[in-house]
Design a protein around this ligand. Sequence first.
Ligand SMILES: N[C@@H](CCC(=O)N[C@@H](CS)C(=O)NCC(=O)O)C(=O)O
Length: 341
Amino acid sequence: MSNASSSPHYRLYAHIGSPYSMKMRAVLRYRRIPHVVIGAGRAADWLKSFQQVRVPVMPVLEYPDGTFANDSTPLILDLEKRHADRSVIPEREADAFLASLIEDLADEWLSKAMYAYRWAFPEHTKWTGRLIAFDQHFGGGREYIERHGHDFETRQVGRNPLVGCTEANMPLLMAIAEHVLDALEPNIPMRPFLFGSRPSNADFALFGQLCQFTLDLAALEPCQARAPYTMRWCHHLHDLSGHEGTWRGKREDVSPAADALLRLAGEAYLPFLEANEAALASGAERVRIEAHGHTYEGTPFPYQRRCLEALRSGYAALSSEARSRLDPTLEAHHCLSVLRA
Ligand SMILES: N[C@@H](CCC(=O)N[C@@H](CS)C(=O)NCC(=O)O)C(=O)O
């Protein structure tokens, strides 16, 4: 029985190999919210934490009052209500909306490239399985780790078709990673964050996925060669507890990286969300899009329909002033019609 109810801090059940775990841990650290991480070697505890939430996905956050919740996007928003300092939601309304769109793109689209790098390169998955089992069963001994590593690898590779990491989709999945790295790399040396000199929920979401590229064997070399500063940036984002910055000033534009990411949203991610919604509505078993000269075909998911609904209601809730500021950019990047639908 945990004594969390009398404990003044949060407990994050998390792993270094879990992108959303790293996103949440980085937010808690940056925001200086007292917490401990239940990770390496605490497999039994985080499995128990899964029993406290509706959908067993990582990370799970245990609140100081002993309640549990997961799903990083609403968790981050909930922490905003409970803690005032060092917010990660940009203060300008229009920027906050763009940040939510980029956060979503990172969580739901870049994540497919992350999964592909991790589990769709057969020459690497044996070691990936073992290394993640090492994290989960830290100190468990080589034999135990290797047995669990093999089981984990088998399970995760078996999920490739479900998450869209098929051979036919690989060119598109790799193009997602390349577009994101190319959006960030030229800007990161001068402007490490998208909406000023402090990090937003969008920066942390991108980081969550990208920091896995610094761990995964298939991603390491190509990403390092393509985007060395972005890879290094990931190591900084892990702990920005000492960072001080401001949101952008009136005369300062959003980073050109945000613009490039919006272009990616308009070319691929939002069309994917729209096709996903249409497939669910018509009962089609497959969702299919063309983007960047490649094809993506996969299983439709209700979770991603909810993502689209959330983006649309975020757009609909904007003040007319914010909307008139945003619309030309959204229109130029082919994002507007999907958001208005
Ligand atoms: N939308 C969730 C996604 C969380 C998620 O998918 N977590 C992965 C690990 S990174 C997971 O636990 N997958 C289930 C599994 O591996 O059994 C979030 O933002 O937190």
